[in-house]
Ligand binder design. Sequence first.
Ligand code: HEC
Length: 428
Amino acid sequence: MNALHGLVLLSAAFGLVASSSARIEPSPPPPAHRVLVYTLSAGFEHDVVKRAKPDELSLVEQALVDLGRASGAFEAVPTRDASEFDPEKLARYDLVVFYTTGELPLTEAQCRSLLDFVKNGGAFAGVHCATDTFYAVPEYGEMVGAYFDGHPWHEKVRVKVEDREHVATKHLGESFEITDEIYQFKAPYERSKLHVLTSLDTTNLDTKRDGVHRTDGDFATSWTKDFGRGRVFYTGLGHRPEVWKDERFLRMLVGGFRWAMRDAGTATLSKSEAEYRAYALENTGDPKRGYELFRKPSGPMCIRCHKVNGTGADVGPDLSGIARDDSREQILESILAPSSTIEKGYEAVSIELTNGTQAFGRVLEEGDGMVKLADTNGEMRMIPASDIASRVTSNVSVMPQGLATTLSKPEFADLLSYLMTLKVPAVK
Ligand code: HEC
């Protein structure tokens, strides 16, 4: 039974309840992720986002509304109103989707709010022309990962699936054929800065024709990447109307959106982190060297946030007894993907200050009109409570993701071996 069907049955059941006893209120359905869908064309307007009437949804907007309902994964809210990017409004969403062109009419503050939303642990998904927009905002280009550089091909092409495990692409097999307009990308596109999911198979394509600028043969068609603490998914497909009815494309969107929003069951590790994980499970490492790494001021700074046997700080949990409660594999996961399970009582908060800036961290103490916040470097900041406009619990950990990969793989195994020796919990 799909989620939509379930919802219909559920409301039918509530209908019965309501008629026999008017007092019983149906409980609302479980909160879905809210997804803001922005389809403004300040430049070229694609047919798929044309609205027949101002209050009628375009093909793309309707497809995303339907997709959210059918998958049960999100509620899509289509808009062309830039005021949705005001910080207090944007805070109500989990993901922002762009299908836009040209220089968008967002104010500087709205633009800042979007970039900060993603940087602070939010999610962004770009589809097709989301790389053909906001050229005047280079930080936007950095976020989405590339700018459009023409579309040399509009024909049936073969697309290689480079990551066959990812939730967005695992249904696609080794490769697939599709007819669509295929983008070429320019800077800031750089393969090493993002994780390519799919790319063009150029075996049977004319790569010398007019308009082909890249000489390295690197024609990615979709990718994921990080932006600050947030996640970004992009696909260059989605020009032609029939693509928006293509099950393979739609499933890729749901997977990409869910990954960006860190939905349960979507992979939380990058490719290199997965390699660290595999290495540390196969290699034991040296606990003495691990002990030094844990404390080293220029190292991954574990000691700045964690106490062991009375030394260290209280930003994160005391790790004195970590190996008594957790297996090597669980400890590994806690370090590689801190946000996938956040230890109870150690949640972070996103704070909006009255001067429009933001703060992120874990509240260590509060009282006397002050809030003591520890940031992602383990540094303390005192914030007057009166400066706080709003505050929400974040689903992102204060412990930064990516600490492990600042070490070499053998060092990471050393660190883990040290943690495995910690079996005597601190006396409280
Ligand atoms: C900026 C602060 C910070 C730094 C730096 C940091 N951590 Fe953490 N860590 C936390 C917080 C906060 C939590 C609890 C929230 C969570 O589960 O993510 C945590 C959780 C953990 C846990 C899970 C604890 C449990 O009880 O399950 C482990 C293990 C851990 N950290 C190890 C490390 C190691 C090893 C390092 C150094 C490589 C490190 N941490 C660096 C803040 C930090």
